[in-house]
Design a protein around this ligand. Structure first.
Ligand code: OXD
Length: 311
């Protein structure tokens, strides 16, 4: 397999990817979205939010690489060629950034920084009631590579950390709750909830009114996963009633978030435009190169996606 590598992203033409792939593989026939050329030549597709149906037009495709760690952007295309394996990128750099983002908002909430900023503006010298770290329970939904990193880093700081995942697993120092029937108990002990789940048919709309009601009163919610997990009206109602103290949202049901969406102006919502983690070709490319080599040699792939499970 030495055919062309298509780079399918509407965000850029991928020059850094061409450079890092060539550093590992030698010269590559690299084709960005606007210059795909003869589709018969394409044997690898690196894709981020590909136009639906496009990948199905590559008749000799051997490998699909998701340029995001999440693969919902790919699996939304119901014309993906069934026999072509899909792998995700695994980027330590991105994983670290995601944890950093979650820690930033959690600590800002935990240490009442917004209240102190308001006090400063009012020239008011007033200590807020203090909750110590050992009593601020963090819950991490989703225990893949990112979720595990987030959970470990919170635990290192001394927070009691629990995780929730579809299937049981063991993680040192982290209490793990598995399956839908344990969700309520997990939420009930999460003073800070961090969402790192993949978006699948099972997780879409999971964070609804009942889920927010199950959290301890005054909980804080951080979403670095997908907006599709959240029922927006339920989140707004939980914030307005004080059930939630606040939310930091890096993702939304519709991205870019429409200009008239209430999240923009809600005073308990901190909003960022899906920047919690950015794929860095330098840290993500070794596994991509290894997977291209493995596919060429007919060897088992790394980080392969199970389209049925949705991640
Ligand atoms: C990803 C993302 O899936 O950035 O990697 O959302």
């Amino acid at each position: 397999m030495t055919g062309a590598i298509a780079y399918i992203s509407r965000d850029s033409d991928g020059p850094p990817w061409k450079a890092v792939l060539e550093a590992g593989l030698g010269p590559v026939d690299f084709r960005p979205l606007g210059a795909l050329g003869r589709l018969e030549d394409i044997e690898v597709a690196l894709a981020w939010k590909p136009p639906p149906g496009l990948i199905a037009t590559f008749p000799n495709l051997k490998l699909i690489v998701s340029l995001g760690m999440g693969v919902d952007h790919l699996l939304a295309d119901d014309r993906l060629p069934a026999g072509v394996p899909i792998v995700r990128i695994m980027d330590e750099g991105l994983v670290g950034q995601m944890s950093e983002y979650a820690l930033f908002w959690a600590l800002r909430h935990h240490r009442d920084i917004d209240k102190y900023a308001a006090s400063q503006r009012a020239r008011r010298w007033r200590p807020e009631p203090f909750v110590d770290t050992l009593h601020r329970r963090v819950g991490v939904m989703g225990l893949g590579a990112i979720g595990q990193d987030v959970a470990r880093k919170f635990a290192l700081l001394g927070f009691p950390v629990a995780g929730w995942s579809r299937t049981p697993r063991t993680l040192d120092g982290i209490e793990v709750f598995a399956g839908r029937d344990r969700l309520g108990t997990f939420l009930g002990r999460s003073d800070i909830l961090v969402d790192v789940l993949p978006l699948t048919r099972d997780t879409r709309g999971l964070l609804d009114a009942a889920a927010f009601a199950a959290l301890p009163r005054g909980a804080y919610f951080i979403n670095i996963a997908r907006g599709g997990h959240v029922v927006d009206e339920a989140l707004l109602a939980a914030l307005d009633s004080g059930q939630l103290a606040g939310a930091a949202l890096d993702v939304a049901n519709t991205e870019p978030l429409p200009a008239d969406h209430p999240f923009w102006t809600h005073d308990r919502i901190a909003l960022t435009p899906h920047i919690a983690g950015a794929t860095n070709p330098r840290t993500a490319s070794p596994a991509v190169i290894e997977n291209i080599r493995r596919r060429r040699a007919g060897l088992p792939l790394l980080h392969q996606v199970d389209p049925q499970a949705g991640y």
